[in-house]
Ligand binder design. Structure first.
Ligand code: SF4
Ligand code: SF4
Length: 496
């Protein structure tokens, strides 16, 4: 365990007294020149970086009207101050959303508003300095871009947008984050975040076929690069071998098998995740997404289905059609894109899968709404579908389900603490402290309902919880996929 104190869990959430500067030391490793240049940014801090940062800030404000409105409209009402899990977990006042925004807003005011240019002291405007840049690097990497604060802001000011812009500005002047930028480079070069080449992917899938055959006696296939398959599945690469994610992948394969759906993975586009969103880079977002369109065309599929990945679903649901569309070559009878939860939900509703819920009777289950699904997407084409469908899938395959407190679920959900490109060990203190509000809510359902299993439909949430649950004295294997539950309840070989 690391050298910091894990926050105590309390019966009811407590708004902490501020501890100024308590997380100033927390900042992620800086990307090296190779990582930067491989995704189109300067290898190190450029000359005249102050001017270039200010110019880039102006560009973003001109081109992104929402961002400009967010910078211009805060009235300092304070409604967001206690809504960020990182403030609640760290007590650092710069982790209050309004204070985080102001790190950037004060520079915007100085250079792009009349009052800031001529009376900076009146409006809290400040020059772009090294001290400001250091604060940006630290505190804009203490925002998981979860958008919880925007739910409570009367103007809907979205700190995630400001955090993305700040990271884009820093990348543009040569100051990037190692974790995200190295991963984006691997995705461009190899096709997935892990750098897993095609032979390794094929081997892994063949191994999974053998494992499932040994366990069930049924030939469930995990196909790769099958031309003419109906469905291209794009899923986070963590699903290929990390625990507990892999049990979710087995669940998807069992669903496809049992429903008689022809599907394939692509070795060229073997990743649903797209960390380019976290660094606010539209060019990289498009380049990474384009692999999926190209793979779909090359394989001649009729549908694209996205696996359990929160931000990937946001990118797919919100951006794909404008970023890499139109998808007029896909079957118009289905939504494009479609989430694996929508697929399984539909099959369950139609009674197309035989389910034995007793396969999950040893579990007392709760569900963590992942931020990007909850506050930045929808499912099933119904209002609130992103909350309804996953819960109906869980209840369709398990007998014991209990929601966490409403102020911590649905659109009010707390981030796992590791989203937005922060799922790296150099930020472990932040991740553990930021997980505290979710752990508090979990503790309550554990005490009240003997809950012993936490599910999520996001690869980052699953990895984050595997790591942070033990800090709060929960077992690390308490977290799993929704499709792990499906996998354990589906009756293979039987048709209704
Ligand atoms: S977007 Fe999330 S992490 Fe960022 S300031 Fe708002 S609540 Fe905090
Ligand atoms: S809730 Fe909105 S308007 Fe109020 S302080 Fe926060 S960001 Fe500003």
């Amino acid at each position: 365990m690391a050298d910091f104190e894990t926050p105590e869990l309390t019966v009811y959430p407590i708004i902490p007294h501020i501890k100024p500067g308590s997380m100033k030391h927390s900042s992620p490793f800086v990307a090296n020149a190779d990582h930067q240049e491989s995704i189109g940014f300067p290898g190190g801090l450029v000359d005249n970086w102050e001017e270039k940062a200010v110019a880039k800030l102006g560009d973003i404000a001109r081109n992104n009207k929402a961002f400009k409105v967010f910078l211009d409209s805060c009235v300092k009402c304070g409604a967001c101050t206690d809504k960020c899990h990182y403030y609640l977990g760290t007590s650092d006042p710069k982790n209050m959303p309004v204070a985080r925004q102001d790190l950037l807003r004060k520079v915007y005011r100085r250079y792009y508003t009349f009052a800031g240019k001529y009376f900076p002291w009146l409006v809290g405007a400040e020059d772009m300095t090294k001290e400001v840049l250091d604060d940006w690097y630290s505190y804009f990497h203490q925002c998981s871009q979860c958008r919880r604060c925007s739910v409570f802001c009367p103007f809907g000011i979205d700190t995630a947008e400001i955090s993305m812009a700040a990271r884009e500005i820093m990348d543009t002047i040569g100051l990037g984050q190692k974790y995200s930028n190295e991963i984006i480079g691997k995705l461009h070069k190899i096709g997935n975040n892990l750098g897993l080449p095609e032979p390794a992917l094929v081997n892994t899938m063949e191994g999974l076929e053998e494992d499932v055959k040994d366990e069930t006696g049924v030939d469930v296939r995990f196909p790769v690069d099958v031309k003419g398959a109906d469905i291209l599945l794009v899923t986070p690469s963590a699903d290929f071998f990390a625990e507990p994610h892999i049990d979710g992948l087995i669940g998807y394969a069992k669903v496809f098998h049992q429903a008689g759906m022809s599907w394939t993975l692509s070795s060229y586009a073997s990743e649903a995740a797209n960390f380019s969103m976290f660094i606010g880079s539209p060019e990289n977002l498009k380049k990474a997404s384009m692999r999926i369109r190209d793979a779909a065309l090359d394989l001649g599929v009729k549908r694209i289905i996205v696996g359990e990945c929160g931000h990937a679903w946001r990118v797919a649901y919100n951006f794909w059609n404008t970023l890499i569309g139109p998808f007029d070559f896909l079957d118009k009878a289905y939504p494009s894109p479609m989430h694996i939860i929508e697929v399984t939900h539909d099959l369950l509703q139609r009674g197309a899968l035989k389910i034995d819920k007793s396969g999950n009777d040893h579990r007392r289950i709760t569900f963590h709404d992942s931020c990007n699904v909850a506050r930045a997407s929808r499912m099933g084409n119904i209002p609130g579908g992103q909350f309804i469908l996953p819960r109906e899938v869980i209840k369709g395959v398990a007998n014991h389900y209990f929601d966490m407190a409403p102020e911590t679920t649905h659109e009010n959900t707390y981030c796992c603490g590791g989203g937005g490109g922060l799922l790296t060990d150099d930020l472990i203190e932040l991740r553990v402290k930021g997980a505290m509000p979710r752990m508090n809510a979990l503790q309550r359902v554990v005490e009240e309902h003997d809950v012993n299993f936490l599910t999520a439909i996001c690869a980052i949430c699953k990895s984050q919880f595997s790591k942070t649950l033990p800090y709060y004295n929960f077992p690390m294997d308490m977290i799993g996929s929704v499709h792990q539950l499906v996998s354990d309840a589906i009756v293979l070989g039987a048709k209704e």
